[in-house]
Design a protein around this ligand. Structure first.
Ligand code: AHR
Length: 663
């Protein structure tokens, strides 16, 4: 069907047009204007909308550690969240924290069994509710189960057991059962200095497609403690990463964007909630062995950050998808846009904090002869990661920020002169705040990369396509967060075609200014249906399905057709356009934001007669993709003929067209 559409489109395109006067787009491949930044298009991954925990992270068990304690978000402050004790006899189940698995992971499930006692406790996963269960399983697929158990002497003596399987809400098994008893095949773990807690593993094979519960049946006599109950699909990416790995379909969706860099882990997430103790400390996110030795923190967007995807896994993800890592650390301040409870770090405290950032860079790049480089090697990556950037601060501004940035950036530059520091210009596109930021930055940090963020109405983007024409050419900008916002419908801003095309129009301006704007990324990246903190988002998913938005396709089309040099071009019409080239190809991008078709003659001087291939994204202005209709707005392949340097093409209303000429 897709092929047929493409052929039809090709026929239309080559037929030319008889009536309306065509616009002209003239391209001069021999007039290179400047290099296009090789890092122009990347992605920004933050755990908002359950993007990571409950999303990209392969963990299927919610609150696996019983640590849920987000006091700013009452439904996630419950250590029992997602767990249900359904039946018991001669048994008492409590949550305890005396002599825990380790001090970062203090809470665990304690089951005290009297003679002949038993109990059943289940986890609903991220996708369900306590009545129907929401651990997504597929018949025939395998799931890797791990958990920590401590059997008391009495429990061990009485052959007490923890039996685990997947089940339906009535308790009927939907997989094989795994039985764990004291001393039987535990895994080695150093989380066991006193030989009390042991780590066990098993593989469960599902017998049905279902939203299941993970059911633990505990039986025997004596005390049994359980913690870090983890279940991950056997088919996942990064099984060897200590955190456990990532969901394959979502990693593929990121890979298919061909991002040149990945900014992580936030956004607001790096500054935490309202108190200092909730701020993201990268050292809490790394551990050898598994994620049990990482400290969870409340997520500013709700729920908890399990840290199963920590800095090591983010670096690994970058390698996996071919993107350069751009880690973000807070600048010693909590979020400046909220009524936070704790003051910034004092200037004296900043020195110590600077060391944390230096340690992070050493973790990423140091040899095995360094403390933190050795940790990376132990975690499984003896080779350094390709770290070239560090962003210090997210959406910060003003004197309190710049004085702290100065301390941190100075420390980085002294010890790691090859690392580029990224300084924040604040959270807005226009006005006194960003002007003040730029004044500070130009005066004090003229060589640093400047992180601009703005979320604006769709119409703002085409109206400001020339924003960077006026920037001094020595300035280097990282457009670290942006998106075109449509008016709210219901409770969401839709990801419709029009917003995506406004972004596309703007990106032609970014490409034409890619000597100044050297990096850019849309935000936010991922959203789990039913867990929405923020719209619009680039990619939507539920337990089993992923769909991509028109904005996703715009990003993908621009990234794939991004040349190495900007070349001179001009148009006599209202189209938005930019043209780049590589040694062997010229890429023409044009956006029609009007509700009328635009006949266009593209004149590429020096082009040989040839069949020109390309892509088009078009449809109804308000159309969106959805789980039901994921392909409503997708790029189609197009072909047209170039004869005597001219190509005739009609841009439909609301369309993006990319043409690629061989050279
Ligand atoms: O992208 C969502 C949020 O928007 C980010 O966390 C923050 O940096 C910005 O305000």
């Amino acid at each position: 069907m897709k092929k047929l559409l493409s052929l039809l489109l090709a026929a239309m395109l080559t037929a030319g047009f008889s009536s309306a006067q065509a616009d002209t787009l003239t391209v001069h491949p021999d007039q290179a204007l400047h290099e296009v930044s090789p890092t122009l298009y990347g992605i920004f991954l933050e755990d908002i909308n359950c993007a990571v925990d409950g999303g990209l992270y392969a963990e299927l068990i919610k609150n696996r550690s019983f640590e849920n304690e987000n006091l700013w978000n009452p439904q996630h402050a419950d250590h029992w969240e997602a767990w249900r004790v359904s039946k018991w006899n001669q048994a008492k189940l409590t949550l305890e924290n005396a002599e825990p698995l380790n001090e970062k992971n203090p809470t665990y499930l304690h089951i005290a069994l009297e003679e002949g006692g038993w109990a059943t406790v289940s986890n609903q996963g991220f996708g369900g509710n306590l009545l129907r269960g929401g651990v997504p399983i597929q018949a025939g697929e395998t799931y890797d189960l791990t958990l920590y158990i401590r059997f008391s002497e009495e429990a061990a003596r009485n052959d007490s057991a923890v039996t685990v399987c997947l089940s339906d809400a009535a308790g009927n098994a939907l997989s094989n059962e795994a039985v764990f008893q004291w001393g039987e095949n535990p895994l080695e773990t150093w989380m066991n200095p006193d030989k009390s807690w042991w780590r066990y593993q098993a593989v469960l094979t599902a017998t049905e497609n279902a939203g299941a519960l993970l059911k633990l049946q505990i039986a025997g006599q004596g005390a049994i403690d359980v913690d870090m109950v983890s279940l991950m699909p056997g088919d996942r990416i990064g099984k060897e990463w200590p955190g456990g790995g990532m969901r394959k379909d979502l990693v593929e969706a990121l890979r298919e964007l061909h991002p040149k860099f990945l900014r992580f882990p936030g956004g607001c997430v790096v500054e935490g909630t309202y108190v200092r103790s909730d701020a993201y400390n990268w050292k809490d996110s790394v551990s050898i062995g598994d994620a049990a030795d990482r400290r969870e923190i409340p997520n500013t967007w709700g729920g908890m950050l399990t840290m199963g995807v920590g800095f090591y896994e983010y670096f690994c993800l970058c390698e996996e998808i071919g993107a350069l890592p751009v880690p973000v650390v807070h600048a010693g301040l909590l979020c400046q846009a909220r009524d936070v409870k704790d003051p910034p770090l004092t200037m004296a405290e900043m020195q110590e904090y600077a060391q944390d950032i230096l340690d992070l860079i050493e973790f990423a790049t140091g040899g095995e002869n360094t403390e933190w480089g050795l940790l990376r090697a132990w975690m499984g990556h003896p080779e350094p990661f390709d770290l070239r950037y560090i962003a210090i601060g997210n959406e910060n501004w003003g004197a309190a920020y710049f004085s702290r940035y100065e301390v941190l950036a100075k420390a980085v530059k002294e010890k790691f002169p090859d690392i580029t520091c990224i300084v924040s210009a604040g959270p807005v596109a226009e006005g006194g705040l960003i002007q003040d930021s730029w004044n500070n930055i130009r005066r004090r940090f003229p060589n640093d990369l400047v992180d601009e963020h703005y979320y604006m109405d769709s119409g703002w983007f085409p109206a400001h396509v020339n924003r960077y024409d006026k920037y001094p050419r020595t300035t280097k900008v990282f457009l670290g967060e942006y998106a075109a916002h449509e008016p709210v419908q219901g409770n969401r801003r839709p990801n419709n075609l029009y917003a995506a095309l406004c972004e596309a129009a703007y990106l032609t301006g970014i490409e034409r200014n890619s000597d100044v704007v050297v990096m850019s990324c849309y935000a936010p990246l991922l959203s789990r249906e039913g867990e929405v903190d923020w719209t619009p988002d680039l990619i939507w998913f539920n337990d089993s399905t992923v769909y991509k938005t028109p904005s996703y396709y715009v990003q993908q089309m621009f990234t794939q057709a991004c040349g190495t040099e900007l070349i001179a071009s001009e148009t006599d019409g209202d189209l938005f356009q930019a043209v780049t080239r590589t040694e062997t190809e010229v890429q023409v991008k044009a956006v029609n934001l009007s509700d009328q078709p635009v006949p266009l003659t593209v004149i590429v001087s020096g082009a040989e007669n040839q069949t020109v291939r390309g892509q088009m994204l078009t449809g109804e202005k308000n159309h969106v993709n959805s789980f039901a209709r994921p392909d409503k707005i997708v790029p189609t392949e197009i072909v047209c003929e170039c004869a005597d340097e001219k190509t005739a093409i009609e841009l439909p209303p609301f369309s993006l067209v990319i043409l690629r000429y061989s050279f």
